[in-house]
Design a protein. Structure first.
Length: 587
């Protein structure tokens, strides 16, 4: 076979050698890779496979000629600033192994530093994620990182382990042999063989990016946003860093003296999610599949890749991302949600619905310059309508494509607003309010979007907590951080009472219409008493006017405490739908 056109070579390593090269910085991580480590359970499985002598896959390196935008594994400084080899595929495995063998901290999916602690039981030859019980059990090494840090040889580790175990229980001769064998085998992991394919330094960045995408697409491990983030890493590294920093800052509020950040109580987005927003407002596309080719500079007519076209497309994306990451726009958008009664992440059932509402807000703000007061009102109405209809649940890309095409064709702010209102009017019909919404409330799902919208409606209508003079909106404030939530979902017809009376199906017991938010002391005091017993006691706390208003807003039919349970559900679903409609008409 003629190998002149082959752009890689095969190189064999053992694990100890790989760890050494990472230590000194000869092997580094380029920003064409996802930066986050596996969950601890997957690291445990990796160690178990290696311990059993199973293959764990090859590595793919790129011989480096001084690429910018590379970083080492771990969070410490490296001896070599510029790595000789960049990891294209296998970063998750190497990061996990390096973190455990060297006891190094890494960044997890929530952008927090943490150590990966994997425990080992020499008696059973078994790995597990360390926990409090394991740390107390003398049969376990609670953290194998400490094992390699403390002992130079397996002999010293065996001696120490047996001494500790014998102080707790007797050890048979057979167990002692098994322990010696297991710890020897654990130490031998440092010689575990890896095969790496090294891509030549003459291969350019775009080709390496393409290799990475082709390899990972075979296992369906990456989605389209991952592919586009790969291109960002190659052609616009600062853009990916901006996305990652914005997402990282959304996880915690800024400390006193720190500048404003993306922190909010609604969503902690991932880079791929914000990328969807930028693609929507920059290219008016909901389907990311075609955008990957567009950003590579593929001419739709000739199907050739043109660098000039690629540069122009990236300029569009850069402007769109700048608008997406505007802190002013980001936080003004959330005030639109607060204005319609949504208070935080516990009332959000779909990140996609929220982020596409954000895309709509940005298009109205930056393309059509809709006045702020009108845009925030429009955004709130659009988000409520999208949530009620589950508009972006399921095949959301096709729906978003259709919406974006409609908005792109608008020629003025007036047309844009009219387009949004037209969708709302044509979907929230009289049949929807009277039939479809009531049917949707027949769910027992804890994430029912119509139920979340009902709670938002109670906030909007300034409703009191059921059986209380406090307002729901005050007790749902996400800034509150009590030891116990001030409000709890309570079965109006208690589960135990229903089961005693023949209603045993969980989807009937947990119907949305059987729930109300109560202060937890009331929840405890009601316990499993039926409403015909607890309602007269609670009614005495309130004047007739207060009681009637409370029952009206909480969609409780007159005399509900004495109703047949199934009839109560039917009547309350209709009343909940009416409360939601009432609040929506006030927006």
């Amino acid at each position: 076979m003629n190998t002149e056109h082959i752009c890689f070579k095969k190189v064999d390593y053992d694990l100890n050698g790989l760890l050494h090269y990472i230590d000194i910085g000869d092997i580094g991580l380029p920003d064409i890779q996802r930066p986050f480590v596996w969950p601890n359970t997957k690291v445990r499985d990796l160690f178990d496979s290696m311990y059993r002598g199973f293959p764990v896959g090859y590595l793919l390196f790129w011989s480096n000629t001084g690429q910018n935008g590379t970083r080492g594994i771990g969070l410490d400084d490296k001896q070599h600033v510029v790595p000789n080899l960049l990891i294209v595929d296998g970063q998750q495995r190497l990061t996990s192994l390096y973190a455990v063998f060297r006891g190094k901290k890494v960044l997890d999916n929530d952008y927090r530093e943490r150590k990966i602690e994997i425990a080992f039981n020499p008696v059973e030859g078994k790995f597990e994620v360390s926990d409090a019980a394991i740390r107390r059990d003398p049969e376990w090494f609670p953290n194998v990182s400490d094992l390699w840090a403390k002992y130079n040889t397996s002999y010293s580790a065996i001696k120490s382990y047996l001494s500790n175990l014998l102080s707790h229980r007797a050890v048979t001769e057979e167990e002692e042999k098994q322990i010696e064998h297991s710890i020897d085998r654990l130490f031998d992991l440092q010689r575990y063989p890896f095969t790496a394919l090294e891509i030549s330094s003459t291969v350019d960045e775009e080709a390496v990016s393409d290799i990475f995408v082709r390899i990972n697409s075979q296992g369906a491990k990456l989605n389209q946003s991952d592919f586009i983030l790969t291109l960002l890493s190659v052609f616009w590294d600062e853009g990916r860093v901006e996305l990652e920093n914005f997402c990282r800052q959304s996880y915690r509020p800024p400390k006193p003296g720190e500048p404003p950040s993306s922190f909010n109580y609604f969503i902690q987005p991932h880079p791929g999610e914000l990328l969807r927003v930028a693609v929507a407002i920059g290219f008016f596309r909901g389907k990311l599949r075609s955008v990957y080719q567009v950003l590579r500079g593929k001419d739709p007519e000739t199907e050739e890749y043109l660098s000039g076209l690629r540069n122009r497309q990236f300029e569009i994306l850069k402007q769109a991302q700048s608008q997406t990451l505007s802190l002013t726009s980001w936080h003004r958008f959330f005030t639109s949600l607060v204005g319609v009664g949504f208070r935080g992440s516990e009332m959000i059932n779909s990140n996609i619905t929220l982020l596409y509402a954000y895309a709509m807000y940005l298009i109205g703000k930056n393309r059509f310059h809709v006045p702020d007061w009108e845009l925030e009102k429009l955004t709130g109405r659009w988000y409520v309508a999208s949530t009620l209809l589950s508009r972006y649940i399921g095949s959301f890309e096709s729906v978003m494509d259709s919406d974006l095409r409609r908005w792109k064709d608008c020629r003025s702010a007036g047309e844009f607003v009219e387009s949004i209102e037209s969708i709302i009017t044509n979907t929230l019909t009289q049949d929807f309010w009277e039939i479809s919404l009531s049917d949707a409330l027949g769910s027992s799902s804890a994430m029912n979007p119509q139920y979340f919208t009902y709670i938002a409606s109670l906030n909007k209508l300034n409703a009191p907590v059921l059986f209380s003079n406090k307002r729901i909106s005050d007790l749902l404030d996400p800034a509150l951080n009590p030891n116990r939530k001030p409000l709890e979902r309570h079965h109006l017809y208690p589960r135990a009472w229903l089961e005693r009376n023949g209603v045993k199906e969980i989807n009937q017991i947990n119907q949305v219409a059987n729930f109300a938010l109560l202060e937890w002391p009331d929840n405890l005091s009601i316990s499993d008493a039926p409403p015909k017993e607890y309602v007269p006691l609670l009614r005495s706390r309130f004047s007739p006017e207060e009681w009637n208003r409370m029952c009206e807003l909480h969609a409780l039919p007159e005399g509900w405490e004495n109703m047949n349970y199934q009839e109560f559900l039917v009547q309350r679903r209709k009343l909940i739908a009416a409360v939601i409609k009432r609040a929506f008409m006030e927006l």
